[in-house]
Design a protein around this ligand. Sequence first.
Ligand code: CDP
Length: 231
Amino acid sequence: MDLIENPLTEVITIDGPAASGKSTVGLMLAKKLNYLFLDTGCMYRAVTLAILNRQVDPADEAAAVHIAKTSSIDIASAKGFDDGRLYTVFLEGQDVTWEIRSPEVDAHVSLVSSYKEVRAEMVRQQRLIAHDRAVVMVGRDIGTVVLPNAPLKLFITASAEERARRRLQDRQQQGISASYEEILADIKRRDIFDSEREHSPLKPANDAVIIDTSQENPNEVLDRILSLAAV
Ligand code: CDP
């Protein structure tokens, strides 16, 4: 079953480049409105981890598609954990919440996400999860491809330097050592790859509201979105 659109009006899409804070704000928004929260990036990350775990070359598109179609990915709340996670991700029943954030996954996820059939499978699953539910869905192509009829579409961005600073802070809080320069380079590389790919490139939907969060903290961004959602 391929559900083209969510019939509910309670659908908010959030797209934007790497580490723009869209997941943090999206989760706050979903909790406030009591909507389901779905961060689609974790699904592409889980497929990439499955490929790496099986020692398959991420450049092997056919193998990547097969793994995307046959892997079992589940997403649950962060309930029961106080390690800073926003939600819990399972791959084949194993908790991979932190593994999918590794530099190795960062390095390959954009290539895996560029494959047309990998995307088709993820989009199918995303529409199934969101069907008939009020949802805040976060990603790169949610307003343009996954839920194009959503009444409120947001594109959250910030300067690459500010995004790298935030991601470095996340990593330090998680006790992972990382350098600002490496993170900035990865963010810039993924932004270019994600924006220039053939299938579902990263871009704001024509009717998206663009929010630059370089100067705003998550609470300020949340207030701005809540006032948009109230109109
Ligand atoms: O959190 P961060 O912004 O670093 O990345 P993410 O949202 O977890 O997404 C990781 C990667 O998955 C992105 O760089 C994209 O290549 C891909 N992605 C995508 O293609 N489409 C989506 N809807 C979500 C993520």
